[in-house]
Design a protein around this ligand. Structure first.
Ligand code: PMP
Length: 363
């Protein structure tokens, strides 16, 4: 049974050496006689695994000491609610500025509206989310409680090439599909959050990196599981955390550190993405990526074929060639190649060779 190249958007491919280590430790992790899945989250072994994972993530992302790293559940979708619940009263007038640049921004906005007044300060829906606002077009309310945006929209494949300047207003970023793909200056953000299942590890784990001054402002009506302070005060072990996902994430962090960290990932990711965009752009119109050049994502690359009648044969033949999960999101159709950190360059090369061959035969 051969492994395929999995271009799924998440849950997504994991590094093979991480999977091999997990397999080797499945029945007996480090002389404990048990799998990490079976350990108490409060036992010595798991606490060491958890602390090491946090230390490694702090090192990888150069996270300043005045930020807590929380290992949560509920996915990025739970953060859509936790953010307004925790930040509404932290500062400002209790409203929030949101950038609407895609499907996930829309979801974040809809959820925030349950809790506070949302001002949509930029909306690229009229472009079908193929454009992003220019930095100097953004005008924020200086009294807002926070500004929220989605640096990389996973479905449209649109990624900001800059960090919005929100002044003193805390900037909150849904980095689900771009975290760890390159270095980022954490100090520019109030909160960075991400579901793990794309660039970190298995689903079930959500990471939130929260600046200290934004913790402790949840109202009395906020349930304990939605209060950052409860999780921070309890080292993300207020309840049973997603231990196995936390462990796998730790293996991924170790591997990234051993392979040159995020600066190295940036170079590899840029090269991988540029290769694939070049293959699309040089296909004589057989393939097309609809996103504006300055908004092209390194992580999620959607493309359409010149005739959508070719979609089915493309996907079927790709599957046979060991290139899996290339169908675009059900809301947009077409194709999408998600090429997170764990997608080897050989996977990009194989996809490009297949695309070229398919275009020759169907052109
Ligand atoms: N935000 C972004 C940018 C995403 O890509 C996704 C998942 N595809 C989500 C949020 C939702 O994440 P979850 O399923 O972890 O709630």
């Amino acid at each position: 049974m051969a492994r395929v190249f999995n271009f799924g958007a998440g849950p997504a491919t994991l590094p093979e050496d991480v999977l091999i280590q997990a397999r080797d430790e499945m029945l007996d992790c480090d002389g404990t006689g048990m799998s990490v899945m079976e350990m108490s989250h409060r036992g010595k072994k798991f606490v060491a695994i958890a602390e090491q994972a946090e230390a490694d993530l702090r090192q990888l992302m150069s996270i300043p000491d005045n930020y807590k790293v929380l290992f949560l559940q509920g996915g990025a979708s739970a953060q859509f609610a936790m953010i307004p619940m925790n930040l509404k009263a932290a500062r400002g007038d209790g409203s929030a500025d949101y950038l609407n640049t895609g499907h996930w921004s829309e979801k974040a906005i809809a959820e925030a509206k349950r809790f506070l007044n949302v001002n949509v300060v930029a909306d690229t829906k009229p472009s079908k989310y193929t454009l992003l606002p220019a930095a100097d077009e953004l005008k924020f309310n200086p009294n807002a409680s926070y500004v929220h945006y989605t640096p990389n929209e996973t479905i449209a494949g649109a990624e900001f090439g800059y960090i919005p300047e929100s002044g003193d207003v805390p900037l909150v970023a849904d980095m689900s599909s771009t975290i760890l793909s390159r270095p980022v200056d954490v100090s520019k953000f109030g909160i960075i959050y991400a579901g793990a299942q794309k660039n970190i590890g298995p689903s079930g784990l959500t990471i939130a990196i929260v600046r200290d001054d934004l913790i402790g402002h949840a109202g009395a009506d906020v349930p304990a599981m939605f209060d950052y302070k409860i999780h921070a005060d309890n080292g993300s072990m207020y309840n049973t955390p997603p231990t196995y996902a936390w462990y796998i994430a730790g293996l991924v962090f170790k591997r990234l550190l051993a392979n040159g960290g995020l600066e190295q990932m940036k170079q590899i990711n840029e090269r991988k993405a540029n290769k694939l965009y070049a293959a699309i752009d040089q296909s004589g119109g057989f393939y097309r990526n609809p996103v504006a050049l300055n908004a092209r994502s390194w992580m999620n690359i959607p493309f359409i074929l010149k005739d959508d009648a070719l979609d089915k044969p493309f996907l079927a033949e790709a599957d046979k060639a060991g290139l899996s999960a290339l169908a675009g999101h059900r809301s947009v159709g077409g194709m999408r190649a998600s090429i997170y950190n764990a997608m080897p360059e050989a996977g990009i090369d194989a996809l490009i060779a297949f695309m070229h061959d398919f275009a020759q035969r169907h052109g």
